[in-house]
Design a protein around this ligand. Structure first.
Ligand code: FAD
Length: 491
């Protein structure tokens, strides 16, 4: 009697609690129907940092993160190089945020397709777009579509297990690869192409990529930039990694470094140290030990400066295949960061079977109702507030363009979260009306046959990947298709 009375009381209070707070599909309290509800589009660093700041700063805000893929973390999973596991530690912070009782994650929801931004704006008090920069800048030169030419975005996606790049199957049967662009992504690609397989085997690089790299015949990688050594976009950590990469030696052109030594004194300290490192690799006679190391090396990497792509050259014997690249030789006008590359009229051809263009990512519009600046490839905004669209915000690479590291994304996402809160506090953002949040969006998605993946379901995928990795001595072996991810998530 006492037991059944207790049961009645418990289920009644549970019912009252659910009525007031609601319980969403993920088993979390949906929070009071009158609490401000914020929706975030994109489960990468920008999405999670924006959510983190909102949740921390206000005790009443509830945040739902919608992510296109069944798995979270954006470029931390699909961009950051497999041999940089320390960078991926930010995932622990994102996981804490996702597990917070006022945060819910819905993966496998493609905003703009499965649900519109308008529908999200109806359901939430504020919508923050943080869907990154998934497009690719094209070189705009003849031959760009020949086989053997890839964007760094696809190449990186391939070795990191991005489902849409699974079929890339890059042809690594040539000796020389040319990478266009000298940023950190270009250096990541060069390192992956030249790293000893035993190094990569211990990372979370995908097994098919590992096998392809094991069979690769690429021995020489040239990393080409439009401007000079003192304008290089890569940072010292990545250049140092190249300098120290086992079984490789640097191969630079002394002419590229003419006058560079003399300009060192005018450089800001970080750039000065980076330039000194390159000068050392390019011009200095190495000590005995380094000399010995270089002599034994079977692979070569080189930075090439003052060069821009003019045309990808087709192989006359193998139709549709790349046989080389024509580069224009540039000179600089002006100096320092603002120096401009101008053509000299001279060109040179480099024989190569693989060309990887690493000249930048770009954001794409996902919904016609959202203002988009096609020239700058960002959503026009002021401190994250999207112009002419009250209640709509943006953060991360969509807000700033695809530059900067995760720490930069953290700062700009916190700024956007601050704008949202300021607007809530000033009343510019009306949070008095009741909004149904995920309750109404989940109903829409169900009608459309979309099955969102909750964070605890992602954790099942995570466990499976770690289990598969452990079996072969890797930190994880990523699932490579959306279908398999959904199956493991129990969808
Ligand atoms: P993203 O990380 O791209 O996240 C956007 C998310 O939105 C993705 O999960 C995507 O699937 C999702 N999305 C896209 N469209 C939709 C849609 N329609 N609906 C729902 N969701 C959608 N920084 C470092 O500090 N260290 C590094 O070593 C480093 N390495 C990098 C390597 C590469 C190859 C690249 C490209 C970048 C690297 N960065 C690194 C930079 C870092 O990854 C970015 O600063 C950061 O990921 C930007 O975060 P974001 O959330 O704006 O974009």
């Amino acid at each position: 009697m006492l037991f059944s009375g207790l049961k009645w009381w418990t289920s009644r209070s549970l019912w009252i609690h659910r009525l007031h707070y609601g319980i969403n599909g993920g088993g979390k309290a949906r929070y009071s129907s009158c609490s401000p509800k914020v929706c975030i589009v994109g489960g990468g660093p920008a999405g999670f940092y924006t959510a983190q700041h909102l949740i921390k700063a206000r005790p009443d805000v509830a945040v739902d993160v919608y992510e296109r893929l069944p798995v979270p973390f954006g470029l931390v999973r699909f961009g950051v190089a497999p041999d940089h596991p320390e960078v991926k530690n930010v995932i622990n912070t994102f996981t804490q945020t996702a597990r917070h009782e006022r945060c819910s994650f819905y993966g496998n929801v493609n905003v703009g397709k499965d649900v519109s931004v308008e529908e999200l704006r109806e359901a939430y008090h504020a919508v923050v777009l943080s869907y990154g920069a998934e497009g690719n800048r094209r070189m705009g030169v003849p031959g760009e579509d020949l086989s053997g030419v890839y964007s760094a975005k696809d190449f990186v996606g391939w070795y990191n297990g991005l489902p849409s790049c699974r079929e890339l199957g890059p042809d690594l049967s040539c000796e020389t690869a040319v990478i266009l662009g000298q940023g950190n992504v270009a250096l990541d690609v060069a390192r992956v192409l030249l790293s000893p397989i035993d190094f990569l085997k211990k990372t979370d690089i995908t097994q098919p990529a590992l096998e392809a790299l094991e069979a690769s015949r690429v021995r020489r990688v040239l990393i080409v930039g439009r401007r000079g050594p003192t304008q290089i976009a890569g940072t010292i950590k990545e250049i140092r990694e190249m300098v120290n990469l086992p079984n490789t030696r640097p191969d630079m052109l002394a002419a590229d470094f003419e006058g560079v030594k003399e300009s060192l004194q005018d450089l800001p300290r970080p750039r000065k140290r980076l330039t000194e490192l390159m000068l050392k690799a390019a011009l200095e006679t190495p000590g005995e030990k380094e000399q010995e190391r270089r002599e034994k090396a079977t692979k070569v990497w080189g930075l090439r400066f003052y060069r821009s792509p003019v045309e990808i050259l087709a192989d006359p014997e193998r139709s549709g295949r790349t046989a080389g690249i024509r580069l224009a030789v540039n000179k600089l006008e002006g100096s320092g960061e603002g120096a401009r590359a101008v053509l000299t009229g001279e060109v040179e051809d480099v024989t190569c079977g693989l060309v990887i263009s690493s000249i930048g990512y770009k954001s794409l519009p996902i919904d016609a109702s959202v203002p988009f600046d096609s020239r700058r490839a960002i959503v026009p905004n002021h401190m994250g507030r999207i112009q002419e669209a009250p209640g709509l915000y943006c953060s991360g690479w969509l807000k700033t363009g695809p530059t900067g590291v995760i720490a930069t994304t953290l700062n700009n996402s916190f700024d956007t979260a601050r704008s949202v809160m300021e607007d809530m506090e000033s009343g510019t953002l009306n949070t008095t009306g009741v909004k149904l949040g995920s309750q109404s969006i989940n109903a829409l998605l169900e009608n459309r046959g979309v099955k969102p993946v909750t964070f605890s379901e992602w954790e099942k995928i995570d466990s499976e990947e770690v289990r598969r990795g452990e079996a072969i001595g890797k930190p994880r072996e990523k699932l490579l298709t959306v279908e398999e991810m959904l199956q493991v998530a129990g969808k």
